[in-house]
Design a protein around this ligand. Structure first.
Ligand SMILES: Nc1ncnc2c1ncn2[C@@H]1O[C@H](COP(=O)(O)OP(=O)(O)O)[C@@H](O)[C@H]1O
Ligand SMILES: [Mg+2]
Length: 322
């Protein structure tokens, strides 16, 4: 559905050159749901804008829905839906009219467009709001209407740029329910961007992590976490047992750092343990055998934020890019 080779975009701002996207190779198969995850300024929107023909690549190539973006931009646009970042201004049209106009824009006749609009309003929980004017919608309702607009012409491929930014957690979850259902019902391929790592973590099968215009990871969230970050293990032992377990834990960390804190006769060790849930039982047994039993343990699975930290040395939440 998407194939790019060394896709690159450089902006010239006065005398300065901004390398927004630095040669990305992306492959997306039909039916996939893919999240571009990265901090502000990483190059997510610029990549999407090239794939949707809103920006001409500086170099490299991209084929989208089987059509080359440079050779036939109109052909690409006819086959895709695109919902840009942030809402447009207010609209004084009714929701249903806005949708029908969009369908007409894509060459549907009024009765087909009306039928399609009703269907989408229904599946996006907007049926009761069909006759409301767009400016009166709440943020979450407006974003769902945006999704309906992008789907009017039944594209096989839908691009969403930060669909949930600015929404409260409940509306975000609700929008996601709808996106997942549309995907199940229609098999739509969905490519979206987000800077919320927890969102990419819980919703997307595949995450492409972008930083400084480059792809730094491309896999399922689960595999990225398993391969890169490792579970975080905290073990408390009596201070007199600490010397006995230091070496054991150091070997378990396989070269990773083991932090050590002493408070009131108790020492807490913290380390990253690949496949922690599988390793921890035998580690605890070894500690017992060494006469240095754990007083308590805590095992936390890693987050995508840990993955980002591991890859870049920076925290994604801090958005330390700019
Ligand atoms: N039209 C433009 N002119 C100049 N620089 C731009 C333009 N659009 C984006 N940029 C720059 O390109 C980089 C990537 O931006 P963008 O793709 O919007 O990032 P993201 O969507 O990941 O936040 C940033 O440094 C941004 O300032
Ligand atoms: Mg953006």
């Amino acid at each position: 559905m998407i194939h790019t080779e060394k896709l690159t975009k450089t902006f010239q701002v006065k005398k300065e050159t901004v390398e927004a996207v630095k040669g990305v190779d992306i492959d997306v198969a039909p039916g996939e749901l893919v999240a571009f995850l990265g901090p502000n300024g990483a190059g997510k929107s610029t990549t999407l804008r090239m794939l949707t023909t809103l920006l001409r690549p500086t170099s490299g190539s991209a084929t989208v829905a089987g059509v080359d973006v440079a050779a036939d931009p109109a052909g690409v646009r006819a086959r895709i839906g695109y919902i840009g970042q942030g809402n447009g201004g207010g609209h004084s049209f009714r929701v249903i009219d806005e949708l029908v106009m969009q369908g007409r824009f894509y060459g549907m006749n009024t009765s087909d467009a009306t039928a399609r609009a009703q269907e989408l309003l229904h599946s996006l929980d907007l049926a009761d709001l069909a006759k409301r004017t767009v400016i009166k919608l709440s943020g979450g309702q407006r974003r769902r209407m945006d999704v309906a607009l992008g789907l009017m012409h039944s594209p096989r491929l839908l691009f969403l740029d930060e669909p949930s930014t600015g929404m409260d957690p409940q509306n975000r979850a609700n929008l996601w329910d709808h996106i997942m259902r549309l995907r199940q019902e229609h098999g739509t391929t969905i490519v979206l961007t987000t800077h919320y790592m927890d969102e990419a973590d819980s919703m997307s099968e595949r995450v492409i992590v972008i930083d400084h215009g480059r792809i730094i990871a491309d896999d399922t969230a689960a595999r990225l976490k398993a391969n890169l970050a490792g579970d975080l293990l905290a073990v408390e032992v009596a201070a007199e047992s600490a010397p006995g377990v230091r070496g054991l834990l150091g070997r378990a960390a396989a070269g990773g750092e083991v932090q050590e804190n002493r408070l009131d006769g108790v020492v807490t060790f913290r380390l990253r343990l690949p496949e922690g849930a599988r390793i921890a039982p035998s580690l605890l047994k070894d500690m017992n055998d060494a006469g240095a039993p754990a007083q308590s343990i805590e095992l936390k699975p890693p987050t995508l934020d840990d993955v980002f930290l591991e890859l870049t040395g920076r925290n994604l939440r801090e958005g330390a890019n700019q």
